[in-house]
Design a protein around this ligand. Sequence first.
Ligand code: NG1
Ligand code: ZN
Length: 536
Amino acid sequence: IETAILNGYADWPRADTKGKEFTYGTAGFRMRADLLDFVMYTVGILASLRSRRLNSNTIGIMITASHNPAADNGVKLVDPMGEMLDQDWEFWATGLANSKNGEELRNGYMHAVKDLKIEQTKEAKVIFARDTRPSGARLVKALIAGLEATGTKYIDYGYATTPQLHYLVRATNTQNQPIPYGEVSMEGYYKKTAEAFKLAMKYATPNGPVTVDCANGVGAPKLKELMKYLGSDILKINIVNDQIENPDLLNEKCGADFVKTKQMAPPDFDGKRFERWASLDGDADRIVYYFHADGNIFRLLDGDRIATLAASFIGDLVRKSGLEEQIKLAVVQTAYANGAATKYVEKVLNLKVETTATGVKHLHHVAARYDIGVYFEANGHGTVLFSARALKQIRKHEPQSPAQLEALDTLKALTDLINQTVGDALSDLLLVEVVLAHKEWTVKEWLATYTDLPNKLAKVMVNDRSVYRTVQGTAERRLESPPGIQEKIDDIVKKYKEGRCFVRGSGTEEAVRVYGEAAEVYDVEDMVGKVTELIS
Ligand code: NG1
Ligand code: ZN
């Protein structure tokens, strides 16, 4: 293997990154696609180590740059149960990817084998997939070179959404267990999702159509495929922005990230008043809803809204099933969640709220500690996790009345509908549709549940974001460095009614983010402006 790794380097040499190191961040490796070939080669090697370390369980590799422009690409590893790669292994990922030449890579590999006590004779197994970016085809070749050098067995699933790949990983690794996650095929994903949706809709009144903007990405063909299994009698879905054959259009003035950051609908939006639209991102792991209210006012229903909608509905189902004593629900957010959403969950829904650091892996871990954990980032990435304990309670519960039976049936269906591995725009779309149909709500009633506090997210470009360090245990809401700055922020913020403002270094850009909210719009502008000045 060592020799094969060294020899393979000739075909996939490290690109000149002008001294810049590769980092495995929240989104894996992500950058301009032409710099990624060697990184892919090392990711293949890393995946072999990970699989052998985990008793030949299958590891997933997803090639995508999500909502980034078409010229970028990226890669991330998926652990056996469909979770993100164990954080401790980011060290090895970064180490291999930053080898300066073939010898360094080989030595890095040998170091890992020794340190991690890898048995190289064990089988190594990998499955992978990619989004619609044209560079994906070339990057797959580099990846396969890494897999072959290490004698790793692999299956190429072609195009898939990120959550579909996560599904396939978990299904593969649980296929011989008492309760497999699902059939090990793309068809298995569609069947499981569609069947669960139909069951969840059994007692609901179908709603009007929903229009889905697929960001001209992989979500378009995959949603079309899913629709064949859903049929159109319970839910009518219109698709826009499905041009995957023109890569320049990917995420271009459309998609979930565009809608959320610009706070506007894509230019081709033609929804009538109160008609529901939703946007996916480039790899279909995020979703936001929106509509036009009276006077053509744009209204966004973001991740906070999906979380509150899901928590309210699932909380009701638990109660109506008679499982209130046995099953506890919590909602997990980041500090970017609107204060009004947090208050609504605590005061109206009477549920516990936890706040974690930014990044899905943090939310996921905390949500997994609860019987049912609802987690969403404001940008629309999230899911609902059902613990093994909750699933057992739900399965063994004997309903005492027709009403209990109805609630329990719907709850069971949701445990299959909602992707348990990662936030999944397709299953989240169906989840929202189920809830709106059951509640007989339009977007108008959904929006009316609470009123967002006026807020603003600003970005300050800096040379070194690493000096902005937050205090442990504050979910990144307070700075400990640079020294003295937090006190100054506090002095500014206390002058505004319901003022809240925090500053943190971005994990994905060379920038510092300033988020603020207050009771009045002009106060937010003023407050965020002053804090931004302070750090500029
Ligand atoms: P950073 O750049 O660390 O703020 C951004 C988003 C996160 C998450 C990550 C990963 C905001 C404020 N931040 O993180 O929510 O999605 O990208 O993609 O939206
Ligand atoms: Zn994404």
